[in-house]
Design a protein around this ligand. Structure first.
Ligand code: HEM
Length: 57
């Protein structure tokens, strides 16, 4: 979540773009490898819930 240097600061990820999130995490995007072989769809759903909750402490 917190300023992962060259990756994406997920605190700033647009909360109205769930499909973009799921797609990027499952299939990868540019420098980020795909996590779809490691994470089940419900895992990605749980990650999305965590990101939109925005609890960073
Ligand atoms: C479960 C853990 C992770 C989640 C949920 C996640 C999620 C995301 C999301 C949502 C984006 C933005 C994609 C977009 O712009 O639409 C992103 C970008 C990125 N992530 Fe991850 N990520 C994870 C783990 C990692 C790890 C472990 C790495 C490093 C090996 C990584 C490297 C990157 C990079 C480099 C980008 C920028 C991609 C670009 O060039 O546009 N991510 N990540």
């Amino acid at each position: 979540m917190l300023d992962p240097q060259g990756a994406f600061d997920l605190r700033a990820f647009p909360r109205d773009q769930r499909a973009r999130f799921v797609n990027a995490v499952t299939k990868g995007k540019n420098s980020m490898p795909p996590w779809g072989d490691l994470l089940k769809p419900e895992d990605v759903d749980a990650l999305w819930a965590y990101v939109v909750a925005g609890e960073t402490q």
